[in-house]
Design a protein around this ligand. Structure first.
Ligand code: VAH
Length: 343
């Protein structure tokens, strides 16, 4: 059994994935990130290599130290953060992904078996032309409206193509390519709701920010309109989807890049359901024009029927039930523990 590498291991999804894989019995895991993960994450990793994923010296260190058979590539700069520094976002998101694919290619050729690369992409690869089309088009599939309006969305759409190139065409001009190709797989994440950490630099962040503010009895000023509607998913489902796709037999996959969906509540529906569970907080709306334009370009619903058919993806589509079975109990536990610790 080789090593599983998690890039972005200190981030919101990365730290949750390390915990999830560790609890699922994954043995050898190595993490990399710009900064060290929390101690409870670090102790579940065999090693942590700190550095910038777009830096070749980090890749050379990983290639020289470990025999890797699977990479969950999560390192990246999200949509709002990317608009604040587009050049940095391109460097981290694109050069970082190219470095990961090169690492996987070299290891695959040396070990003569395909290293699996699982990339997290995003619904930010989509770009609906107007709020009217967004409201009327229904659930869109993986090959529709691929016109991203953010650096992050453009980066991720290109990285999906880069992964497919490395998996199918690298070495195209060689007479007879005997190279062992990588095994590339990818999910397009909706907005994510996590009880344990808050996201940074996303445009879907209004939902998790609202949850954590109301859970602490605070007021929250929402940066999108009340009627803003995009797909969301709870973090446990997002992690389960990654591992399900990774574990799926390659022969079952009819494509490499998949939509996965759960529910699509509007901002005011989220606020209403949360206020019934956290009655001491309050929500007001102060739309931020640019962030609103980004959210308005993203679809209300995505079609995940191919993931359901190919590798058995499924989830409970009830946002209210997901709140009551996962998010509200876990958030209450988090802030209760925090209040006790502060006594
Ligand atoms: C973002 N959370 O807001 C990410 C996500 C659906 C968007 O990829 O940028």
């Amino acid at each position: 059994m080789g090593t599983t590498l998690i890039t972005g291991c200190a981030g919101e999804v990365g730290s949750s994935l390390v915990h999830y894989l560790s609890e699922s019995g994954t043995e050898r895991m190595v993490g990399t990130d710009l900064r060290a993960p929390r101690s409870e994450v670090q102790r579940r990793l065999s090693a942590v290599c700190l550095g910038n994923i777009s830096d070749n010296s980090l890749i050379e260190e990983l290639d020289g130290q470990f025999e890797i058979d699977r990479i969950f590539h999560l390192a990246g700069i999200l949509s709002s953060g990317g608009e604040r520094n587009p050049q940095l976002a391109h460097q981290v998101n694109v050069t970082g992904t190219l470095n990961v694919l090169e690492l996987a290619r070299k290891q695959s050729e040396r070990q003569s078996y395909p290293v699996q690369v699982v990339l997290t992409s995003t619904i930010a690869v989509y770009g609906l032309p107007s709020p009217a089309v967004k409201r009327t088009v229904g659930a869109i599939d993986e090959d529709e409206y691929l016109h991203p309006i953010t650096m992050y969305g453009a980066n991720k759409l290109y990285c999906e193509s880069l992964g497919n190139y490395y998996a199918n065409f690298f070495g195209l001009l060689e007479e007879v390519s005997t190279r062992t190709k990588i095994d590339f797989r990818c999910v397009r994440y909706p907005g994510l709701l996590n009880a344990h950490t808050l996201p940074t630099g996303g445009t879907s962040d209004y939902a998790p920010e609202m949850v954590h503010a109301l859970a602490q009895g605070k007021s929250y000023s929402c940066f999108v309109r009340p009627d803003s509607r995009i797909p969301f998913m709870m973090m446990p489902d997002a992690l389960r989807a990654l591992v399900m796709l990774s574990d799926a037999p390659r022969s079952k996959l009819t494509r490499s890049v998949y939509n996965i969906a759960a529910f699509s509540p509007s901002a005011e529906e989220i606020a209403l359901l949360l206020s019934r569970r956290f009655p001491h907080g309050s929500v007001t709306y102060a739309p931020h024009a640019q962030r609103q334009m980004i959210v308005d370009s993203w679809p209300e619903h995505i079609d995940d029927s191919t993931a359901r058919r190919d590798w058995g993806w499924e989830t409970n589509p009830s946002f209210a039930e997901a709140l009551d079975t996962y998010l509200v109990p876990a958030v209450n536990e988090r802030y209760y523990a925090q209040s006790v610790a502060n006594l």
